[in-house]
Design a protein around this ligand. Structure first.
Ligand code: ATP
Ligand code: 3PG
Length: 403
């Protein structure tokens, strides 16, 4: 894979360089609530601009339906990028239309522009190769070179991620190089004990990675909304907790395989429950109660791990040499259900292990709960991308940069 350093060495002055970033940041209206993904692409944009390139930054944001939708505009992200660079950043109000063409044509050497959300065009995410290719052709007309640096989106076979690099000389940016370097350590030469903490809500998305981790990890801690499918698979009632009934047989198979292979699976021993999901807007007190994990009342749902589980998980993380953590332990957005996530984050901060946090929500949780991101070994900008990398899948956006 050619690196951006090689590209810079060859010279980029006056060249139009298309940087595929992942500026898919959480927004509250037009306010960015966590700018981690924008900060992560700054070194690449800065290096190119300093070398005199005309930098065209492009990204998706959210999942608009292939047509312009102001709620998903990249304008706030473009403004934030300008603040971080300390420079004016031009903004094109479309992706391949007149605004994009004029904005790119107006760039001087060392200047930066951001295009509007790539997913406003149906060609970006089209399943049909020809439709994606036609959009990629139009994007290619805007640039001379391509730099892939949107690690969070490399698992998507989308026009700007997969088809465009085939049409332009290309290289990997600094962020992709860092992310791949760190995640490679977890797949190739991991230091043991290797402990994995998994939480969050998307059980079915994460089963693939558990399948893979059974071959790699020494211990797997399960929390968050995932825990209830595991508790149910062990024969416990889980009330009205998040449950993926169709995944129970797969989970049972994993629990059995873990036993055979000597991989320790750790499940919550107690949980915080309430009869309804908390109000995340008003954050009104939720008054949860603590119950044993095998005694969840029929009309209540589990929303965080309990105090005994917090202690247990901290002790199970304490002797690790490597930790990978994906997914919050509870509904951390509400203060009454943030303690489990805080306890795991604190255990990682206290640990001498090499710690990697993966997943958009987990990374945002770490920052919004007030932890210093430098206290972790690495905070990945990839959610699905980091999981699919660990699963050993071929990621279209990395494969496209290989040749
Ligand atoms: N017990 C629970 N019941 C319901 N939802 C929960 C529970 N525990 C955690 N969650 C929710 O899970 C969500 C995060 O899950 P998700 O699987 O998306 O995490 P992630 O892997 O960090 O992020 P992503 O994959 O989106 O990058 C949070 O919004 C949190 O409120
Ligand atoms: O948030 C993410 O994981 C990436 O930006 C990819 O977004 P997507 O899941 O909408 O493709």
């Amino acid at each position: 894979m050619k690196t951006i350093d090689e590209l810079l060495h060859e010279g980029v002055e006056g060249k139009r360089v298309f940087v595929r970033a992942d500026l898919n940041v959480p927004l509250d209206g037009t306010t960015i609530t966590d700018d981690g993904r924008i900060r992560a692409v700054v070194p690449t944009v800065e290096a190119l601009a300093d070398a005199g390139a005309r930098v065209v930054v492009a990204s998706h944001l959210g999942r608009p339906k292939g047509a312009p939708d102001p709620a998903f505009s990249l304008a706030p992200a473009a403004a934030r990028l300008g603040e971080l660079l300390g420079a004016d950043v031009a903004f094109a109000t479309d992706t391949v239309g007149d605004s994009a063409t004029e904005t790119v044509a107006g760039l001087g050497n060392g200047q930066v522009a951001v295009l509007e959300n790539l997913r406003f065009n149906p060609g970006e995410t089209a399943k049909d190769d020809a439709e994606r290719g036609a959009f990629a052709d139009r994007l290619a007309a805007l640039a001379d070179l391509y730099v892939g640096d949107g690690f969070g989106a490399v698992h998507r076979k989308h026009a700007s991620v997969y088809d465009l690099p085939a049409r332009l000389p290309h290289a990997a940016g600094h962020l992709i190089a860092t992310e791949v370097g760190v995640l490679k350590k977890l797949t190739d030469d991991v230091q043991r004990p290797y402990v994995v903490a998994l939480g969050g809500a998307k059980v079915s998305d994460k089963l693939g990675v558990i399948d893979h981790l059974l071959e790699k990890a020494d211990r797997i801690l399960i929390g968050g909304g995932m825990a209830y499918t595991f508790l149910k698979a062990q024969g416990h009632e889980v009330g009205i907790s998040l449950l993926q009934e169709d995944q129970i047989p797969a989970v049972q198979e994993y629990l059995a395989r873990a036993k055979e292979r000597g991989v320790e699976f750790v499940l919550p021993v107690d949980v915080l429950v309430a009869s309804e999901f908390p109000d995340l807007k008003t954050k009104a007190p939720a008054n949860p109660t603590t119950v044993a994990a095998d005694a969840i009342p029929a009309d209540e749902e589990g929303l965080d791990i309990g105090p005994e589980t917090r202690k247990l998980y901290a002790s199970k993380l304490a002797d690790a040499a490597t930790v990978f953590w994906n997914g919050p332990m509870g509904v951390f957005e509400h203060p009454d259900y943030a303690e489990g996530t805080k306890a795991v984050a604190q255990a990682l901060v206290d640990s001498p292990a090499f710690t990697v946090v993966g997943g958009g929500d987990s990374a945002a949780a770490v920052r919004t709960l007030g932890f210093d991101e430098n206290a972790f070994g690495h905070i990945s900008t990839g959610g699905g991308a980091s999981l699919e990398y660990l699963e050993g899948k071929t990621l279209p956006g990395l494969a496209a940069l290989e040749d």
